[in-house]
Write a protein that binds this ligand. Structure first.
Ligand SMILES: *[C@@H]1O[C@H](CO)[C@@H](O)[C@H](O)[C@H]1NC(C)=O
Ligand SMILES: *[C@@H]1O[C@H](CO)[C@@H](O)[C@H](O)[C@H]1NC(C)=O
Ligand SMILES: *[C@@H]1O[C@H](CO)[C@@H](O)[C@H](O)[C@H]1NC(C)=O
Ligand SMILES: *[C@@H]1O[C@H](CO)[C@@H](O)[C@H](O)[C@H]1NC(C)=O
Ligand SMILES: *[C@@H]1O[C@H](CO)[C@@H](O)[C@H](O)[C@H]1NC(C)=O
Ligand SMILES: *[C@@H]1O[C@H](CO)[C@@H](O)[C@H](O)[C@H]1NC(C)=O
Ligand SMILES: *[C@@H]1O[C@H](CO)[C@@H](O)[C@H](O)[C@H]1NC(C)=O
Ligand SMILES: *[C@@H]1O[C@H](CO)[C@@H](O)[C@H](O)[C@H]1NC(C)=O
Length: 441
C-alpha cells in the first residue's frame, strides 16, 4: 500500500488499495482530489475509482455465498495458516539482542505476505501486512464496528495492561474505493521478530472500507515507510522511527519474500548475508524521500537486445513497496513487455488490465537496470500473476499500469526476485540476487 501525497503537500492522498475488480490484486489508486503538477485535476482517477467500486461490489470471491472453490480455499487457509505460521516462527532464531526475524507467509498466490506480530501485554497475536509503503500501524479492535469485527481476530484493548489512549488523537485514511478508515490512537507494546518495542503508536480501527474488511486473512497493517509520519491528528512519527529504530542493533531491516511459499522472512536489526547469493548493491534514496524511493536506469523485456531507458543520463523513479502485490509501471513499459506475450491485450473496461491466455507456455523474463553491471532479472514465472475469476482461461500479468507514469511501484512481483535491504541509517536501499525456488511450495 502506498500513501501518496500531492506534490504541493496540501493534501494527503492516500490510497492504495486493494483489489479493484479482482479478488487477488492490491492496486494503488489515487483519491479523487488528485491534482497534477500543473494544477489540473485528473479524470482518470475518477474513472479508476469508479471501476474499482463497481467491481468490488460484484467481487464474487468475498461474497458469503461465493464460489465453492473460494470457500474451500478459505477453510483450507483457515486451518493451515496458523500452523504454517507457527512452524516458520519456530524455525527462526534471533541471533541476538536487537536482532530478530519474522516470517513472511505468502497468502493466495502471493496476493499478500503476512507476518505474526504481538500487540499489548500480555501479547495478543495478529496476522498483519508489513508494508513499506505506508507508516500507520492499525488493527481491528474492540472498538471496531460490530458488522466488521464479527468473526475476526480483534485486539482486546482492555485486556492489555500497557495500552494507553493518546488523548484527543484520531487517525483517518481515505481509500481507493472512496470509503474511509478511522479511529482512536493508542500507545502500547509491540512484539515483532522476537523483539519488544515499547510506546509504539497503534491505531484502532473504528471502521474500514468494505474492500479492506473483505480480506479475512488480514488483521491489520504495519507501516514501515522510510520517513513518513503516520496519518494521525495530531501527527505522530511513524512506528519505524519512533519505536523500532531506537531498539534495533542496527538501523536496518530486510525483506526476503518468496514466490508462492511460506518460507519468506523479514529480518530486523541486521542483514542476513546467508539469504543472498551474489553481490549486495545499494541505491541512495531520493533526497528528502518519505517512501523507499530511488532511481533506476531502464528496463528490458525478455530476450530483446535493447534496453528501454530514459534519454541521456536520465533515470526513472520507483518506490519499493512490500504492501503492493504487483509491479506497476508506465503504460509504455507495459506495452513493450506484453508485445512479446502472444494473445496479450489490455482490457479498457477492466481498468486497463493486461491479460493473456493462461495456456501460454511461459512469460518472458523482465529485467531492470539500476546501474552499470547492476541488473535484476524477474523470472517469467513471477511475471504471471493469476487466473481471472470471470475469464478462467485468461491470466493477468504481474506487470500492470496504474495511471501514473512517472513513478513506478516495485511491489512484491519485483521484491520476490531479490533480497532487499532497507537501510534507514544510511538512507539507501540494497538489492542482492538470491536463490530462487521456481517450483511453488
Ligand atoms: C526469543 O528471544 C528470547 C530471549 O531474548 C530467546 O531466548 C529465544 O530463543 C528467542 N526465540 C526465537 C524463536 O528466536
Ligand atoms: C474498557 O474499559 C473501559 C474503562 O474501564 C470501559 O468503559 C469500556 O466499556 C471497556 N470496553 C470494553 C470493550 O470492555
Ligand atoms: C481534549 O479535548 C477536550 C475537549 O476538546 C479538552 O477539554 C481537553 O483539554 C483535551 N485534552 C488534551 C490532553 O488535549
Ligand atoms: C512515546 O512516544 C511519543 C511519540 O512517539 C513521544 O512523544 C513520547 O515522549 C513517548 N513517551 C515515552 C514515555 O517515551
Ligand atoms: C524526515 O522527515 C522530517 C520531516 O518530516 C525531516 O525533518 C527529517 O530531516 C527527515 N529525515 C531524514 C533522515 O531525511
Ligand atoms: C550516496 O550517498 C552517499 C552518502 O551520502 C555518498 O557518499 C555517495 O556518493 C552517494 N552515491 C551516489 C551514487 O550518489
Ligand atoms: C474485459 O473485462 C470484462 C470484465 O472482467 C470482461 O467481461 C470482458 O470480457 C473483457 N474483455 C476483453 C476483450 O477481454
Ligand atoms: C499462470 O498461473 C496460472 C495459475 O496461477 C496458471 O494456471 C497458468 O498456467 C500460468 N500461466 C503461465 C503462462 O505461466
Amino acid at each position: 500500500m502506498v500513501i501518496v501525497r500531492s506534490p504541493l503537500g496540501l493534501l494527503a492522498l492516500i490510497v492504495v488499495f486493494f483489489a479493484s475488480f479482482l479478488d487477488a490484486t492490491r492496486i494503488p489508486m489515487f483519491n479523487t482530489n488528485k491534482k497534477h503538477h500543473d494544477g489540473s485535476h485528473s479524470d482518470e482517477r475518477h474513472l479508476s475509482r469508479r471501476s474499482a467500486t463497481v467491481d468490488l461490489q460484484r467481487n464474487p470471491s468475498y461474497a458469503p455465498n461465493g464460489p465453492a472453490a473460494y470457500a474451500r480455499a478459505l477453510s483450507k487457509w483457515g486451518a493451515e495458516v496458523p500452523e504454517k505460521l507457527a512452524q516458520s516462527l519456530a524455525a527462526m532464531r534471533g541471533p541476538g539482542d536487537g536482532r530478530g526475524d519474522v516470517e513472511a507467509v505468502s497468502f493466495r498466490d502471493d496476493r499478500e505476505y503476512l507476518s505474526r506480530v504481538g500487540f499489548g501485554t500480555p501479547p495478543q497475536w495478529f496476522t498483519v501486512d508489513l508494508d513499506t509503503g505506508s507508516s500507520d500501524v492499525w488493527l481491528y479492535t474492540t472498538e471496531t464496528r460490530l458488522s466488521i469485527a464479527q468473526d475476526r481476530r480483534i485486539f482486546h484493548i482492555n485486556a492489555s495492561s500497557t495500552a494507553q489512549q493518546v488523548p484527543n488523537a484520531t487517525w483517518y485514511i481515505t481509500y481507493g474505493d472512496g470509503s474511509a478508515a478511522w479511529g482512536r490512537v493508542y500507545r502500547d507494546v509491540i512484539n515483532l521478530a522476537n523483539l519488544t518495542f515499547v510506546n509504539a503508536t497503534i491505531e484502532s480501527a473504528s471502521a474500514v472500507s468494505a474492500s479492506l474488511a473483505a480480506d479475512r486473512d488480514l488483521d491489520g497493517v504495519f507501516g514501515l515507510a522510510y520517513n513518513l509520519s503516520s496519518q494521525t491528528s495530531p501527527r505522530q512519527p511513524g512506528v519505524l522511527a519512533a519505536a523500532l529504530l531506537p531498539r534495533l542493533a542496527a538501523p536496518v531491516f530486510t525483506a526476503d519474500l518468496r514466490w508462492r511459499s511460506p518460507a519468506g522472512a523479514y529480518t530486523f536489526g541486521y542483514v542476513d548475508h546467508a539469504r543472498r547469493a551474489g553481490e549486495l548493491r545499494y541505491l541512495n534514496l531520493t533526497e528528502g524521500a518519505q517512501f523507499w524511493e530511488f532511481a533506476y536506469r531502464g528496463v528490458r523485456a525478455g530476450g530483446r537486445d535493447r534496453w528501454h531507458a530514459p534519454a541521456g543520463e536520465g533515470r526513472w523513479r520507483a518506490i519499493a513497496d512490500t504492501g503492493t502485490t504487483l509491479l506497476l509501471m508506465a503504460s509504455e513499459v507495459a506495452e513493450l513487455y506484453y508485445a512479446d506475450v502472444p494473445g496479450a491485450r489490455r482490457n479498457a473496461t477492466a481498468g486497463g488490465l493486461w491479460t493473456y491466455p493462461c495456456r501460454n507456455p511461459t512469460l518472458p523474463a523482465f529485467e531492470i537496470r539500476f546501474d552499470d553491471g547492476f541488473d535484476v532479472t524477474i523470472p517469467g514465472q513471477f511475471m504471471n500473476y493469476t487466473a481471472i475469476p470471470d475469464e478462467p482461461d485468461r491470466c493477468m500479468g504481474g506487470l500492470q499500469t496504474w495511471g501514473y507514469d512517472d513513478l513506478a511501484i516495485f511491489g512484491d512481483v519485483f521484491l520476490k526476485a531479490v533480497y532487499a535491504v532497507f537501510d534507514v541509517g544510511q538512507a539507501r536501499i540494497g538489492f542482492a540476487p538470491k536463490k530462487l525456488n521456481l517450483t511453488p511450495s
